[in-house]
Design a protein around this ligand. Structure first.
Ligand code: PRP
Length: 221
């Protein structure tokens, strides 16, 4: 009896990921009337009684899904990469939804000669939220870096002498321009992925699989 089953829970963050997920849900005939920015609600019902949304911090989406508090979730490749380094396994192989696209870049102050610093083998101070991705990138290039973990507003770090460079997401480039920074290296293109709790996929596949299929179809269209 479907009425007795608890609704499936989809975890996602507000902002760009929420906005760009709405058309994917619509393709699965699911509609959401409340906006988390204005309603401030953390649990949002949908037009489908079998599906609800929970609104969490972007970097917390994999945690909710891994522990089964959400059956599935939508998170950027950047977030998944950082999460996987700390919590290997536990998340079903994600589907690329082709939404919330941007790129992970190295950026420096205008006028800072990054190429020369790399050529000379200088030790660089790099501020970032994406410590794992940054460590891997600079190791592959053979560049020595001191990584400084930040939780936001990375663009500030080179302006006040905290770091020589940052590793951050760039979309329009407006934030870099507004702070007189330039992207000097692309690390990886980023988009959001659908991740699924492994137990949910086994025990609730009759409910889950049609939604996963609809998302996959709509995102490849
Ligand atoms: C991201 C990123 C940059 C900005 C880039 O931050 O960290 O600050 O967007 O976008 P742009 O190239 O279009 O200016 P976001 O707004 O996602 O918030 P965050 O600081 O919480 O990461």
């Amino acid at each position: 009896n479907p009425a007795n089953r608890p609704p499936l829970t989809l975890a996602l963050s507000k902002g760009r990921i929420f906005d760009e997920t709405m058309p994917l849900l619509a393709a699965a005939q699911v509609h959401v009337t409340e906006n988390p920015e204005s309603s401030r609600k953390l649990i949002l019902p949908t037009s489908d009684p079998g599906l609800r949304l929970i609104i969490v911090r972007a970097s917390d989406v994999p945690t909710y899904v891994q522990y089964g508090a959400a059956d599935f979730g939508i998170a950027g490749k950047d977030v998944l990469f950082e999460h996987a380094a700390q919590h290997p396994g536990g998340l079903y192989q994600p589907i690329d939804l082709n939404i919330a696209k941007c790129r992970l870049c190295v950026a420096v102050r205008e006028g800072f000669d990054y190429a020369a610093a790399v050529r000379q083998g200088s030790r660089l101070r790099v501020a970032t939220k994406y410590v794992q991705a940054a460590r891997e990138h600079f190791a592959a290039k053979g560049v020595y870096v001191d990584l400084i973990k930040l939780y936001g507003s990375m663009e500030l770090a080179p302006l006040v002498g905290l770091a020589d460079a940052i590793v951050d997401l760039v979309s329009s480039g407006n934030t870099l321009r507004a702070n007189h920074l330039v992207a000097v290296e692309d690390i990886v293109p980023i988009s959001s992925r659908l991740i699924v709790n492994q137990a949910s996929l086994k025990t609730r596949s009759a409910q889950l699989q049609p939604l996963i299929d609809a998302f996959a179809r709509a995102s490849q269209a």
